[in-house]
Write a protein that binds this ligand. Structure first.
Ligand SMILES: [Zn+2]
Length: 500
C-alpha cells in the first residue's frame, strides 16, 4: 500500500514537472522576440538642407488591401467591436496609401493602412521589405484604426481563445505597404507644399465619451502640388476620430469616413449628376491623430451632410459619408483657394527612437500567452515600440505608437477625482507646446498600436470611480498606467533635441 502511494506521488510529481516545463516553454515561445536586437536611433537634422537647399520632391501611390471573402470556410473576422463578427461583403475598397517626400538629402515615407492597427514587428517587416535602392531614411506605417476592417491584432476572432488574424492577410498587407512605398518613390517629382490648419468645431461630428472633455478638433493638411503645373499630386490630412461610424452591427468592409473623404478630395462630390463640389485630383492620405479618450462619431451624434443637406443619426455608410463631407467641405475650399503660401524648399529633419514599455495589462499578457496578440516582447512584460519626430519645413509631425489622449497633446490633463493615483498630471507640458514649427501634426497608431495612452492621473480601475461615474472604458485596452508618461517623455526628449 505504502509502495503504491509512493508510486502515485512520484508519477504526480513527474506530471507536474512536465506540465510546468510545457507551460514555461509555451510562455518562452509566445513572448520570444520576433526581431532580436532590433533597435533604431535616427538623428537627421535639417541643417544641411537649410544651408544648401535643393528642390523638394514628393510621390504618392496606393495599393488595394481587400481581404479574400470568397471562401465561406475561412471567415474574415472584423476588428474593433466584438468577437465572431464575420465580414459579409466589401462595401468599398481598403487601401495602403503612401507618400514619400525628399528634400534632396533625406527621404521620409509614410504609408497609411485602412486597418484597426499594425504592431511594431509588422511595421519593421514593411521596413525590411523596402528595397535599399528606394533610399528611404525613415518609414512610418500608420493605421486609420478603422473598425470595419479585418482583424490584424488578434483580439477579435471567433471567440476569446482564437485569433482573428489570417496570417496570409497580414503578409498581403505587409507586401502591399512596401509596394506602395516603392511606387511612391518611383513617382517622386518636384513639388511645392503648403500647410494648413483648419479650425473644426466638434459639434455634430465627434463626441468625447470620457471626461475630461478635451478634443484635438482641428484638421491639418499638407498639400503637395506639381512644381511644373500647379496641379494637385496629393495631400496628407490629419484629424482625430475613431473610424467606427457604421458601428458594431455592420458586417460590410468599408474604409469608413476616411475613404469617403479621400474620394471627395480627389473626385469631388456629385449627386445624380449634379456637381456639388469639385475635386482636386491626386492621391490623398488620411492619418488619425489623438483619438484616445475616446473620440468617436457615437450613434448618439447626428451628422449633417453639408452637400446633400441631410441629417444622419443611425449608424450607416451614409453617415460615414456625411462625416467625410463635413471634412471635405472645410478642406476643399482651402485646397482650391489658390492664394495659400507654398514653398518648394522644406528641409526634412528626423529623430526616431526605439523605446521599451512595461506591460501591466494582465489581459494583454494572457492574450500574448495564448498567441492572440502575436508580437515580440524584448523580455518578460516588456515590449519594444518606437517614437519619432519628423520636421518638414515649417511643419512637424509627432509619430505616436497608439491612441493618445488629446489632453497629452493639447493640455487639460486633470488630477481626476476618483482616479487610482491621486497625483498631479505627469505628462506635461503638452506635446504640442514642445513641438517645433508652425503647423504641428500628430500621426497616431504610427509604427505600432499600443492601445490607449492614458494620463496616469486619470487612470481608473478601482473604486471610487472617475468623476463619480459607474466606471470608465479605456484601461482594458491600455498597456498600463506608465505608458503615457514614458511615451510623453520620449517624445518630449525628441522635441527638445530638435532645433526650433
Ligand atoms: Zn480605439
Amino acid at each position: 500500500m505504502k509502495r503504491l502511494l509512493l508510486r502515485i506521488v512520484r508519477w504526480a510529481a513527474v506530471l507536474l514537472v512536465v506540465l510546468a516545463i510545457g507551460l514555461l516553454a509555451r510562455g518562452c515561445y509566445a513572448f520570444r522576440d520576433r526581431i532580436p536586437g532590433y533597435t533604431l536611433d535616427i538623428k537627421i537634422d535639417a541643417a544641411t538642407t537649410q544651408a544648401q537647399p535643393r528642390p523638394l520632391r514628393a510621390g504618392f501611390a496606393r495599393v488595394k488591401i481587400n481581404p479574400d471573402l470568397s471562401d465561406p470556410k475561412r471567415p474574415v473576422w472584423l476588428a474593433g467591436f466584438s468577437h465572431n463578427r464575420a465580414a459579409t461583403a466589401i462595401h468599398d475598397d481598403l487601401w495602403a496609401i503612401a507618400c514619400v517626400v525628399d528634400d534632396g538629402y533625406t527621404r521620409f515615407g509614410v504609408v497609411v493602412l485602412d486597418a484597426i492597427g499594425f504592431f511594431h514587428d509588422d511595421a519593421v517587416a514593411v521596413r525590411r521589405a523596402c528595397a535599399p535602392e528606394w533610399k528611404l531614411n525613415y518609414t512610418t506605417v500608420c493605421s486609420t484604426h478603422n473598425h470595419s476592417t479585418p482583424d490584424l491584432m488578434g483580439l477579435w476572432g471567433a471567440d476569446v481563445l482564437h485569433t482573428g488574424v489570417d496570417p496570409n492577410y497580414r503578409k498581403q498587407v505587409i507586401a502591399a505597404a512596401a509596394r506602395a512605398f516603392g511606387e511612391a518613390v518611383a513617382a517622386l517629382q518636384p513639388v511645392r507644399v503648403a500647410f494648413h490648419e483648419i479650425p473644426t468645431p466638434t459639434d455634430g461630428l465627434v463626441a468625447d465619451t470620457r471626461k475630461p472633455i478635451v478634443f484635438d478638433p482641428d484638421i491639418r493638411v499638407m498639400h503637395f502640388t506639381s512644381a511644373a503645373n500647379g496641379g494637385t499630386l496629393g495631400s496628407i490630412v490629419g484629424w482625430a476620430n475613431h473610424p467606427e461610424t457604421p458601428w458594431g452591427k455592420n458586417t460590410e468592409i468599408t474604409s469608413d469616413f476616411c475613404g469617403y473623404l479621400r474620394d471627395a478630395l480627389e473626385q469631388g462630390v456629385t449627386d445624380e449628376g449634379r456637381v456639388l463640389a469639385a475635386g482636386v485630383g491626386g492621391i490623398h492620405l488620411y492619418v488619425n491623430g489623438a483619438v484616445g479618450g475616446l473620440m468617436t462619431t457615437h450613434p448618439s451624434v447626428t451628422v449633417r451632410d453639408p452637400y446633400l443637406e441631410q441629417d444622419y443619426k443611425e449608424p450607416s455608410h451614409e453617415k460615414s459619408r456625411a462625416v467625410a463631407h463635413q471634412l471635405a467641405s472645410r478642406i476643399l475650399p482651402v485646397l482650391t483657394s489658390g492664394n495659400s503660401a507654398s514653398t518648394d524648399v522644406a528641409p526634412i529633419g528626423i529623430r526616431a527612437r526605439t523605446i521599451e514599455l512595461p506591460i501591466h495589462n494582465k489581459l494583454f499578457l494572457a492574450a500574448a500567452y495564448l498567441g492572440l496578440i502575436d508580437r515580440g516582447h524584448v523580455r518578460w512584460k516588456k515590449m519594444r515600440t518606437e517614437v519619432a519626430l519628423v520636421t518638414l519645413g515649417e511643419a512637424s509631425i509627432a509619430c505616436v505608437p497608439g491612441e493618445i489622449y488629446p489632453e497629452i497633446i493639447n493640455g487639460g490633463i486633470e488630477r481626476a477625482p476618483g482616479g487610482d493615483y491621486d497625483i498631479e498630471p505627469l505628462e506635461v507640458p503638452p506635446l504640442r507646446e514642445l513641438m517645433p514649427g508652425r503647423i504641428k501634426f500628430v500621426f497616431g497608431l504610427a509604427n505600432d498600436e499600443l492601445g490607449y495612452i492614458i494620463p496616469r492621473s486619470e487612470w481608473d480601475e478601482k473604486p471610487p470611480r472617475l468623476y463619480g461615474s459607474k466606471g470608465v472604458y479605456g484601461e482594458i485596452n491600455s498597456c498600463g498606467p506608465d505608458t503615457a508618461r514614458l511615451v510623453h517623455a520620449a517624445l518630449a526628449d525628441l522635441c527638445r533635441g530638435t532645433p526650433k
